[in-house]
Ligand binder design. Structure first.
Ligand SMILES: C[S@@+](CC[C@H](N)C(=O)[O-])C[C@H]1O[C@@H](n2cnc3c(N)ncnc32)[C@H](O)[C@@H]1O
Length: 250
């Protein structure tokens, strides 16, 4: 089921980022926010991609998904981090990215971003000071992922629960970050059960800090047959980054 636009009273842009959009229903209740950014810092991207390499070393093909991808900053960040850190990044492509909000998926396909100060720093760091390899730039603030990055990501409009039905059982990387608090209790449980059906012993589920902070999703996963995976090479970053990568219990 896609977002029912008839229930939406209005959507307003929040001031601090290009696509930071808040969608409200007719009772002024927040339906969701599209907040996202390049290299969102609840994952340590370099460690994460090196961990992916090791975890999937025996896989010929990894099915990669970004569920609730918002404006595409997340799947494009993943594509860039994979290309920067791995010799064999191709097996992770394409990244199948989806969101149920048609407006934001169109923004993602369009691929024009106004960057914040934080994003600029992160992009500089994670591209090893080589942002022109991955982006065309229009002035100091506007970036556009190059075709060599865009071609690695396929965007579709889809609700998270329907999207999981499209995933084959197998070696799956499922980024499912920072949107769980918007789901009903029933849908959270359904999503967890569906994820378990699609994940084998190699598969990884990645959640975000908003999911932990908002609904303590780490605890729910813990009692629902998942185990936390330590992917960082050193004990660094905030505590949150350590509880974001999960596997199914063997
Ligand atoms: C806060 S953004 C997170 C974006 C990105 N995953 C990240 O971590 O930066 C939440 C996104 O979830 C999407 N969303 C909310 N409920 C959804 C659902 N049931 N199915 C698909 N997308 C959903 C919203 O449209 C929004 O773009």
């Amino acid at each position: 089921m896609n977002l029912n636009l008839s229930t939406i009273k209005y959507a307003q842009k929040l001031p601090f980022c290009a696509n930071d959009r808040e969608v409200l229903d007719s009772d002024n209740k927040v339906v969701h926010r599209n907040s996202t950014k390049f290299f969102r810092d609840d994952i340590i991207w370099d460690d994460f991609t090196l961990f992916l390499d090791e975890n999937f070393k025996d896989s010929k093909k990894v099915n990669s998904y970004c569920i609730a991808c918002s404006d595409g900053s997340e799947p494009y960040s993943l594509a860039i981090a994979l290309k920067t850190n791995l010799k064999n990044a191709d097996k992770f492509f394409p990244i199948n990215a989806s969101d149920y909000d048609e407006y934001i998926v169109n923004e993602a396909k369009n691929g024009v971003y106004t960057t914040t100060y934080d994003e600029k720093n992160a992009i500089r760091r994670f591209t090893r000071d080589n942002k022109h390899k991955y982006f065309d730039c229009d002035g100091p603030d506007i970036i556009k992922p190059k075709d060599s990055i865009k071609k690695e990501v396929n965007f579709t409009i889809n609700d998270a629960l329907s999207e999981i039905d499209n995933i084959p059982y197998g070696d799956n990387l499922i980024m499912c970050r920072n949107f769980w608090p918007y789901l009903s209790s029933d849908d959270k449980n359904k999503l967890i059960e569906k994820l378990k059906e699609k994940m084998n012993h190699n598969s990884l589920l990645v959640i975000g800090s908003f999911d932990q902070g908002g609904i303590m999703l780490d605890r729910l996963l813990d009692v629902s047959g998942f185990e936390n995976v330590e992917y960082t090479r050193n004990d660094r970053g905030s505590e949150m980054v350590h509880y974001n990568v999960w596997k199914k219990h063997s």
